[in-house]
Structures are given as structure tokens and as C-alpha cells.
Design a protein around this ligand. Structure first.
Ligand SMILES: [Zn+2]
Length: 304
């Protein structure tokens, strides 16, 4: 038996196939997302799923990431910020399940990233993991005892929307001063005087003062945010991924310093701060993992 994960991303749609125990990545692939509109992106994912399901009759269940939010009860999308089109009410799970003829489970993309990194990636030997993914938005995930903690409505893990600065900049969630409003890609790029955060990272690594200051400021806010989360949850590991994480120690050194200074109750050696290890397939791996973990999949497995 195997598990299929499909990660609908803003640029590419990735697919990963995991073994029965969801512990080995058997195959993976990537194709450009159809960005014509929301339905085109979902239809493309459904077609990919059908193709893989035909090639691999042993696929037991399918997981699909949504780069935004959805209603877990109905499998319909609610808010998807980074792919154009009308997502509200789109029956994503229904359409993909009909196409793949397998139990299908949806998962937020940042939650999929965190779950994958906690099982097969940077924190694979840790039971309690906090994950943070820095990009167009700032997403997160909480894994407790090796399992994704969903919270009500699947909203647990929204680290990017913790308020760190009273009366700070407006956030796209409607609040002010959220971690995301201080550290998302366009904010860091603007502060660095570059068009993209990737360019800011290149300049910072070359020693550009303005780019270094921009990444240092983001690192400090991230360190402050993570200090609160670490004090609350005492995780074994914190995994950080996304564009700005490519900056390496330019980001991680000031981040660790801030985090350690602001967690006086925790022993410094009690947790590790790690760069993500799975790269661009993390979302697809996490999607396949949630298919494996899903109650529907476990029921059908136990009935065999
Ligand atoms: Zn917010």
C-alpha cells in the first residue's frame, strides 16, 4: 500500500508517493500550477491525481494541500490568498476524490510542511515540533506527540498571526502587528531595498548593510514570536523554512540569539532550531502523510 500527496502551490503543483508506513518517499514530481483560475488549479491537481492513481493501484489514500484555508467538514475552500480566482466554496475535496477514487484529505500547506519536516525532514527524531514557513505569508504548524495538532477548524499553528507589536502594521488577517505583517517576504524585500526576498538574501550574504539590517530585523521578530511559542509548548525542535530561510546563518544566528535571550525558563539545550530539510517537496510529503494519518484511512486499513 502507498499514500499519495498533492501540493497545490502558487507556482508548481508537486506530487509525492510514500510507502505504507509513510516513512519512505518512493517517488515525487513537479509541474507548473494552472493559474488561469481557482478551478483550473484544482482540476489540474485532480488530473495529476488520477494519472498517479491509475499508475499505482496500491494507493490507499490521497492528501491535498490548500495554500490557504478550507472547511474541514465540507472539503470546500474558504480563503486562498496566492492563487487567483474564486476559491470561496469551491468543492476541492469532492472534485479530487471523484477523480482519484480514493479517500481524500485536505490540509493547509504550512501544516503539511510542518508535518513532513517532523516525520521525514529536519526534526524526524523529535516528537514535539513547531514549524514556521516564511514566504508570501507566514505559516506554521504544531506537532505534538508526533501528530499534527489541528485545533478548532484546523486553525492551530497560525504562528504568523500572533500579535507581536501593539499598533504595528496592518495585517492581511485584519489585525495589526502580527508576526506576518513584520516578516513576510514583501516586507523584508522592501526594507532591504530589493524587489524580492531572494535578492535580499543574495545581497545580505554579500555583506550589503541594508539587506543585512532587514534580515536581522525579521530574525529578531521571529525570535520573539518563537520564544512565546517555545515557552508555551516546550518543543524538542523548531523547524524554519521558506524563502528567507535560505539566508542561512545571516537569519539563524540573530534569530537563535533573540530566542535564547527570551526563553529564560527553558534550558538552551532542550530544543533545537533547524533549517528545513525536505525542500520544495515538503508540502506533498506532508499531504501524503496526512492521508496516512487520516481517521478514514485508518478505518479502511483496520477493516482489511
Ligand atoms: Zn495577521
Amino acid at each position: 500500500m502507498t499514500w499519495l500527496g498533492i501540493d497545490i502551490g502558487g507556482t508548481n503543483t508537486k506530487v509525492a508517493l510514500l510507502d505504507d508506513a509513510a516513512s519512505v518517499i518512493l517517488e515525487h514530481d513537479s509541474t507548473p500550477t494552472d493559474r488561469a483560475d481557482a478551478h483550473a488549479a484544482v482540476r489540474h491537481a485532480a488530473e495529476l491525481g488520477a494519472h498517479w492513481a491509475n499508475r499505482h493501484p496500491d494507493i490507499r489514500g490521497v492528501g491535498v494541500t490548500i495554500p490557504g484555508h478550507f472547511d474541514a467538514a465540507t472539503g470546500r475552500a474558504t480563503i486562498v490568498p496566492n492563487i487567483p480566482g474564486r476559491w470561496l466554496g469551491l468543492p476541492v475535496r469532492e472534485e479530487i476524490a471523484a477523480s482519484v477514487s480514493r479517500p481524500t484529505t485536505l490540509i493547509n500547506d504550512a501544516r503539511a510542511f510542518g508535518l513532513a519536516e517532523s516525520r521525514l525532514g529536519a526534526a524526524r527524531d523529535s516528537a514535539n515540533v513547531v514549524a514556521l514557513v516564511l514566504g508570501t505569508g507566514v505559516g506554521g504548524a504544531v506537532i505534538l506527540g508526533g501528530r499534527l495538532y489541528n485545533g478548532q477548524g484546523g486553525l492551530a499553528g497560525e504562528i504568523g498571526h500572533m500579535v507581536l507589536k501593539a499598533d504595528g502594521p496592518s495585517c492581511r488577517c485584519g489585525n495589526r502587528g502580527c508576526l506576518e505583517s513584520l516578516t513576510r517576504a514583501d516586507v523584508v524585500a522592501e526594507s532591504a531595498g530589493t524587489d524580492t526576498v531572494a535578492e535580499a538574501v543574495v545581497r545580505a550574504r554579500a555583506g550589503d548593510g541594508r539587506a543585512l539590517a532587514a534580515i536581522d530585523a525579521a530574525a529578531r521578530w521571529i525570535g520573539i514570536g518563537l520564544a512565546g511559542v517555545a515557552t508555551l509548548l516546550t518543543p524538542d525542535a523548531i523547524v524554519i523554512g521558506g524563502g528567507i530561510a535560505q539566508a542561512g546563518e545571516v537569519l539563524f544566528a540573530p534569530l537563535r540569539k533573540e530566542l535564547l535571550e527570551r526563553t529564560p525558563l527553558l534550558a538552551p539545550e532542550s530544543f533545537r532550531v533547524l533549517p528545513a530539510a525536505l525542500g520544495t517537496i515538503a508540502g506533498a510529503v506532508g499531504a501524503a502523510t496526512i492521508a496516512h494519518d487520516a481517521p478514514a484511512a485508518r478505518r479502511s486499513r483496520s477493516s482489511i
